[in-house]
Design a protein around this ligand. Structure first.
Ligand code: EPU
Length: 432
């Protein structure tokens, strides 16, 4: 049965909402547990399908995983058989590439399917592979797999300069380097909060990672990682998505379990557009009368405006007064969802990296689909803004990265529901 999200828009949002653990931190930290020679307990794990896939794959590889409560799990990978192969299901998610670093680091060998994930055009992983090669691995790509083998059975430290600022390559090299012999230095490293989170996790387990959060990360290889506790940071993009939703629909909402400084580029932009923001320790309050003004947005690596908020902010700008220019500087092809917004009366012209958005007084409900994860979140925001009913299809994209989005939105007063739709053939038969 296909599932859809149905929204009756135009209702201001009020109340409190709890932000879950960060997806892009969780999907690196969870496989990192395979490097640990002990039991590690990880808290604040988001319940999303990308995490479920990651857990299934690790289970298939022999990891002992115990659920403690809704958001806490215990991992014991001490008796992991010497696996070198990630399962086929892993190719569905982008983060499968972290198994290259993890398996190389632990066993000196890896066979991992080429990564999947959202389709933004070409998504190379050359910088990951360059890093592994510099650490002494022989790497080949054949039959849809990446084959990697440490030449002497164990990786060694290396100086690696990334040609592009890559989140995945920075984290993957950290994973491979933590148990390598000697020191690895990553220059031109990405600085996202989840990179600091992975470093903190590895250090909590006995690793020696320094400089995460700056553009030079140094990893002194250690012999072993020991068990311990760790709590994943809150999801910056989930928080940003709800802030954008409230800014555009109007209302007064407190988001709990956030780190406000991770959100500065987003909150600054929303304030520029007319919303009010108040920091309250590990919570943040947004108030808006729903009347927004145009703004220009350019996506950049952290601490710049995140590409993972581009579809959501552009959607807010479709109803802002004036003309806005959005520039996507990370991914080549991240405007597919604009076609869906046009169905709702938005006026957006895309030319390569740039989208020119002419603010309209209102959007109108329509049948739309999620083109990818953040594009799906943008459709939800559009539905909340729009007059009438919006029906959103292909919501499995949203479920990859947002925990209980429908319930969370209901909790702040949105008129939203999950609809199970019978498959068209069965429906037609029943009607006949
Ligand atoms: N790039 C290369 N070579 C590489 C790696 C990246 O040329 O070896 C380029 C990419 O083509 C892109 C840029 O470098 O133009 C940045 O890519 P990055 O490696 O930083 O992206 P990623 O690690 O594959 C992660 C998130 C994405 C997020 C980007 C940028 C995960 C699993 N994914 O991808 O998140 O857009 O960083 O912040 O962590 C999402 O959550 O919706 C999402 C797509």
């Amino acid at each position: 049965m296909a599932r859809k999200i149905e929204i009756r828009g135009g209702k201001p949002l009020h109340g409190e909402l709890e932000i879950s653990g960060a997806k892009n931190a969780a999907i690196a930290i969870i496989p990192a547990a395979m490097l640990v020679d002990g039991v590690c307990r990880i808290e604040n794990i988001p319940q999303i399908s990308d995490v479920s896939l990651m857990l299934t794959n690790m289970d298939e590889m022999g990891a002992a995983i115990r659920t403690i409560n809704r958001t806490t799990m215990e991992f014991d990978c001490r008796d992991l058989p010497p696996v070198e192969e990630g399962s086929k299901s892993m190719s569905k998610i982008r983060a499968s590439y972290y198994f290259i670093g993890v398996l190389l680091g632990r066993f000196g060998r890896a066979k991992v399917p080429m990564p999947g994930g959202c389709d933004f055009g070409v998504r190379p992983i050359d910088q990951h592979l360059k890093g592994m090669r510099a650490m002494g691995a022989k790497v080949e790509v054949a039959d849809g797999y990446i084959y990697a083998q440490a030449k002497n059975g164990k990786l060694h430290g290396a100086n690696i300069y990334l040609d592009v600022v890559s989140v995945g390559a920075t984290m993957n090299i950290m994973l491979a380097a933590v148990l390598a012999e000697g020191r690895t230095v990553i220059e031109n490293a990405a600085r996202e909060p989840h990179i600091v989170d992975l470093a903190n996790f590895l250090n909590a387990m006995g690793g020696d990672v320094r400089g995460a959060g700056t553009s030079v990360v140094r990893i002194n290889g250690v012999e072993k990682l020991h068990g311990g506790f760790y709590s994943i940071i809150p999801d910056q993009i989930e928080a940003g998505t709800y802030l954008a939703a409230v800014a555009a629909t109007g209302g007064d909402v407190v988001l709990k379990n956030v780190i406000p400084k991770h959100l500065y580029s987003i909150t600054a932009k929303l304030v520029e557009m007319g919303a009010e923001i108040e920091e309250m320790g590990d919570a943040i309050r947004i108030t808006s009368d729903g009347k927004l003004y145009s703004a220009n947005v350019k996506t950049m690596p952290y601490p710049g405006f995140p590409t993972d908020m581009q579809p959501q902010i552009l959607t807010c700008l479709t109803v802002a007064e004036g003309t806005s220019v959005v520039t996507e500087d990370i991914w080549d092809n991240r405007y597919n969802y604009v076609t869906e917004l046009l169905k709702m009366g938005a006026k957006v012209q895309v030319d390569g990296k740039t989208a020119v958005v002419e603010g309209q007084p209102i959007l109108t409900g329509a049948e739309v689909r999620c083109c990818d994860l953040r594009a799906g979140a943008a459709m939800v925001i559009a539905g909340l803004i729009a007059q009438g009913v919006t029906s959103i299809g292909e919501i499995y994209h949203i479920e990859r990265g947002y925990e209980d989005m429908v319930e969370k939105l209901k909790g702040i007063g949105a008129d939203v529901r999950l609809v199970e739709e019978k498959d068209p053939v069965r429906k037609a038969r029943e009607l006949a």
